[in-house]
Structures are given as structure tokens and as C-alpha cells.
Design a protein around this ligand. Structure first.
Ligand SMILES: *Cc1c(COP(=O)(O)O)cnc(C)c1O
Length: 241
């Protein structure tokens, strides 16, 4: 199957999940997760109409960036403009580069990282959209802030001058099945609903991957992050998150 055919199938599955959940398909964005794949693969997806991408490493994306330069420098209203978000963990020594390379950082999980990103965005005169990553499982390997510490982090982020808080993101424990992820997706939505009165810009829910995105949509996802179902399996040595 080509990337174009895979994209079409994923769009069909998104539309079907939206019908089941009585939601509008235009309220769910498809993010193509292009980590590990070369710049040419992003360009192939772009040629098939895909505009939103997710990458999980600052260094890896830096190496692809010069091949994407023309697209990236297109104006904000250019319909061909490619938008790339960071969806992997961010080390604090990479915040300046991350703020420069990505249109949004979707994995902010500490005040320190948020402060550094805001400082970097201030120095380049931009407002940087972010999502806060929440850790809802007890797995050691997962990143994200604990739900009970989230309100305080959101309050602190609201005081930073150059960050634009847009929503929450989570990665549930890995499973080949979709249903085990449902309680985590539901919990993220309830957290957002509970905290939205105090943080009115908390709208987006980035949740759902190739294995479980239809369930995530049923639970309110506004962005599904899909790698394998679009680009095929990654090499076994590839990092998962
Ligand atoms: C790799 C990755 C994805 C995509 O996973 P697939 O199962 O290939 O769809 C989504 N989100 C994050 C944070 C990832 O690291």
C-alpha cells in the first residue's frame, strides 16, 4: 500500500469513528508521525495532502529540516505549509532548538522546560503553542506530569509570556488492543473538562495512535498521532516514544 492509500484509509477510519461518536470529522486532526523515516517520506505524504507531522527527536528532525526548508518557510497562510510538532521527550538543553524548529511542543511536562521554552520563544519574538503531557499510568518509562500536579503547572505556565497553552497529551501503556487504552483517554478528557474553567485555552486532546485511535476519537481526541498505519512498521531498533 502506498502512503497516499494508507492516508485515505486512516481518514476513512477517522470518519467512521466520528460517526459512531456523533462528532464532526473536521474536529479531529490527523498527525502523521514521521519519526525514523527520511525527509523524502514526509515529502511523499505532503504530496498526498498531509500537512501536520509529529517528530520525536530534536536532533533527528534537525537533520531532515534542510530538505524541508522550502515548505517550512512558507507563510502562515500558505495551504502547502508543513507543520511539525515535537511529540517526544524534550531535554532541557535542547529547548532553544526545539522552539526554533517546531511549530508546537506537545510534550511539556515540567515548569523548568516551560520556562526555557518561553525564554527561547521570547528571544525570537514568537508565541509558541504547547501541549502539556500527562502521565496517567504508573509505568516507569513514561513521561508526563502526574494529574495531581497538573493544576499548579498550568497556573505557572499561564504566567509565562511566550507560551500558548492549547491542551493536553498522553500516551497510555502500550497494547496491541485498543480497548485497554479507553480509560486513559477518558481520564484525560475529564481532566481537561475539569481544568478548562481555570484554563480556558485548554482545548486540544492529543491522544490515540495506530492501534487505538478510533477508541481515542470516541473518547474525545482532537488530534490522533499515527505512524505505523501511514508509513508502515518502523525498524525494530527504533525508539517507541
Ligand atoms: C511513535 C509515536 C506515535 C505513533 O505510533 P504508531 O503506533 O506508529 O502510530 C504516536 N505518539 C508518540 C508520542 C510516538 O512516539
Amino acid at each position: 500500500m502506498s502512503i497516499a492509500e494508507n492516508l485515505e484509509r486512516v481518514h476513512d477510519d477517522i470518519a467512521a469513528a466520528c460517526r459512531r461518536a456523533d462528532r464532526r470529522p473536521e474536529d479531529v486532526q490527523l498527525m502523521a508521525v514521521s519519526k525514523v523515516h527520511p525527509a523524502e517520506t514526509l515529502l511523499e505524504a505532503h504530496a498526498a495532502g498531509q500537512r501536520l507531522f509529529g517528530e520525536n527527536r530534536v536532533q533527528e528532525f534537525a537533520a531532515k529540516l534542510n530538505r524541508l526548508h522550502l515548505l517550512d518557510s512558507a507563510g502562515k497562510d500558505d495551504p502547502h505549509r508543513l507543520e511539525v510538532h515535537l511529540i517526544g521527550p524534550l531535554q532541557s538543553n535542547k529547548t532553544a532548538k526545539a522552539a526554533e524548529f517546531f511549530q508546537s511542543i506537545d510534550t511539556v511536562d515540567s515548569l523548568k522546560t516551560a520556562q526555557r521554552l518561553s525564554a527561547a520563544a521570547t528571544s525570537t519574538g514568537k508565541l509558541l503553542p504547547i501541549l502539556v503531557e500527562v502521565k496517567l499510568s504508573h509505568e516507569e518509562s513514561k513521561h508526563g506530569i502526574a494529574p495531581d500536579l497538573l493544576p499548579e503547572l498550568l497556573d505557572s505556565i499561564a504566567l509565562l509570556p511566550s507560551l500558548q497553552l492549547r491542551g493536553l497529551m498522553t500516551v497510555p501503556p502500550w497494547s496491541t488492543e485498543a480497548e485497554p487504552a479507553r480509560p486513559y483517554f477518558r481520564q484525560l478528557r475529564l481532566l481537561r473538562d475539569r481544568l478548562q474553567p481555570a484554563s480556558p485555552t485548554l482545548i486540544e486532546l492529543s491522544m490515540g495512535m495506530s492501534n487505538d485511535f478510533t477508541v481515542a476519537i470516541e473518547e474525545g481526541s482532537t488530534t490522533v498521532r499515527i505512524g505505523t498505519a501511514i508509513f508502515g512498521r518502523r525498524p525494530p531498533s527504533a525508539p517507541i516514544a
